[in-house]
Design a protein around this ligand. Structure first.
Ligand code: HEM
Length: 487
């Protein structure tokens, strides 16, 4: 048995020890776990995860436990060949990989709602995102975030992970649902609490022992039902509306989709969109606060955008003027900000990407990735690789500029927006969201990065690499001290 063995099968090293412990570390300290084994020279290694379904059956006189156990093989990959394989192989499925190995993903299947398990495939996302690539969207989104930013007051201190994050939540809800929900702050608060509860239910026990009636499992069911009810209320509202709108929910209604699939779709998009966009937006601001020379470059570029595309003599409020900037200018005329976003994501997006082989066997190092096997690749293997990125821990947006172009040194050397078969369909929207917030904050405000004592921090926070879901910060907590300059 593999229980206590370490023979290698082909070039894939088999981890020694008790499988449950390897699996436990994989869920609780994923980054450290993968790194420990790669650092000890193993290029590919495998371990097993036991998933226990069912049931203890009580027989008269003899107490007997029966259980159905599924044993999953997980293969961890590193290096360039593996990376190419990981991102290019057709049989490797994204959704199935995350469902078991990540957990915490809201799914209507968990509460037995049929037809609600929407695959957010690229076509579906494209259909929705097309709606947003109308210039009208800048107006609506800038209105939304300006209103929320005004609540911060004329001057003060904000915690980016709370306050800036809230801006991303607002924009994502706006683009994934309808105006009525986007305007209901109470319901948005509830909505986010439900996501948080589902996220916190992703304990190893809950994922590995699906039958076990744990607190986490109960909380997950309760939050998923609440999420469903909340979103369905708005679908219902829009179905009964006298005049259809062009909001996403209305568009899906007009397309003939059922309540369940509309709720499933909105739920999935909010999940996929909020955390990555919200957290990375915070990291962009922290990086600019910590690197004043880049802050100046980006602020100047944004001021030039405003000067070139808006009427500077107009009496309109600043956010209204900003809405006149065409979408293609936001996308094409902010090269310095693009570099800053790119470099921020290289550093934050170092998590383990996951797949499950639903196709034919794939040869690897004299062995085979069988149908049903899981594979994982840590983006840190490429984003923190000193042979590709000089001094990889350093924030240096210049590394992507002409003459250096470090990200062109190897195939798929940059995968913060995904790569190969699964590029992020939300990328354009996410970048726009980040740029809207930065335009308001860098042109409309003065700000500086401070620590708990109000001084420029001596040490900057870094990303908690073991945090599976939140890209949260470790180290000294930092804040943004600001003064609002615009009306
Ligand atoms: C800064 C923001 C974002 C970052 C850094 C980001 C990053 C990524 C990455 C790395 C992947 C690929 C994961 C893998 O290969 O396993 C991905 C996939 C995906 N992203 Fe994003 N994302 C962001 C925002 C968004 C937004 C706003 C949406 C929705 C509106 C979204 C929807 C999706 C979906 C649906 C997929 C799966 C695509 C597929 O199955 O092929 N993302 N994203």
């Amino acid at each position: 048995s593999h229980l206590l063995s370490s023979q290698s099968k082909g070039g894939i090293h088999n981890l020694t020890g008790i499988p449950i412990l390897a699996a436990w570390d994989f869920y609780t300290k994923r980054y450290d776990f993968l790194r420990k084994h790669f650092d000890s020279g193993k290029k590919y290694f495998q371990f097993h995860i036991l998933q226990v379904f069912n049931m203890s059956v009580f027989f008269p006189r003899t107490t007997q436990l029966t259980a159905s156990i599924l044993e999953h093989r997980v293969i961890a990959l590193s290096g360039e060949d593996a990376r190419k394989l990981f991102f290019s192989e057709q049989g490797l499925d994204l959704d199935d990989g995350y469902r078991l190995l990540q957990g915490g993903i809201p799914s209507l299947g968990d509460i037995d709602v049929k037809d609600g398990e929407v695959k957010l495939d690229t076509d579906f996302m494209k259909r929705l995102l097309l709606l947003l690539h109308k210039d009208r969207i800048s107006n609506v989104l800038l209105d939304d975030i300006n209103r929320k930013m005004k609540y911060w007051g004329k001057e003060g201190t904000i915690d980016p992970f709370q306050d800036v994050y809230g801006l991303a939540v607002q924009m994502t809800v706006r683009m994934a649902t309808c105006e009525e929900l986007a305007k209901n702050q109470e319901d948005i608060k509830h909505l986010m609490q439900h996501y948080q509860d589902i996220d916190e239910s992703a304990t190893p026990v809950n994922v590995l022992l699906p039958w076990f009636p744990s607190q986490a499992r109960k909380a997950q069911g309760k939050a998923t039902r609440a999420l469903f009810t909340l979103l369905q209320k708005y679908v219902d509202l829009r179905r009964k509306a006298a005049v259809p709108s062009s909001d996403p929910i209305d568009t899906l209604i007009a397309h003939g989709d059922t309540d369940e699939s509309i709720v499933g779709a909105s739920m999935g998009i909010i999940f996929a969109g909020v955390i990555n966009t919200g957290r990375n937006m915070c990291w962009v601001l922290l990086n600019l606060g910590a690197n004043p020379e880049w802050k100046v470059k980006v602020a100047n570029e944004l001021k030039a955008l405003v000067a070139n595309h808006t009427n500077t003599l107009s009496q309109e409020p600043f956010h209204k003027r900003l809405a006149a900037v065409p979408l293609n200018a936001w996308e094409e005329e902010l090269p310095m900000l693009d570099l800053v976003i790119r470099e921020t994501l290289r550093i934050t997006m170092c998590f383990a990407v996951l797949r499950r082989n639903l196709g034919r066997g794939i040869p690897l190092a004299g062995s085979t990735i069988n149908r049903g096997d899981f594979v994982t690749y840590s983006l840190a293997d490429v984003h923190m690789n000193p042979n590709i990125y000089t001094n990889p821990g350093k924030f240096d947006p210049g590394r992507f500029m002409k003459g250096k172009e470090e990200d062109k040194k190897a195939p798929f050397a940059y995968a913060a927006w995904g790569a190969g078969r699964h590029p992020c369909p939300g990328m354009r929207f996410a970048k726009l969201e980040i740029k809207f917030v930065l335009a308001l904050f860098l042109v409309g405000y003065e700000f500086e990065l401070v620590d708990g004592n109000g001084k420029f921090p001596r040490e900057f926070p870094t990303v908690d690499r073991n945090d599976l879901h939140q890209l949260s910060a470790v180290g000294e907590t930092c804040y943004l001290k600001f003064k609002r300059l615009i009306e």
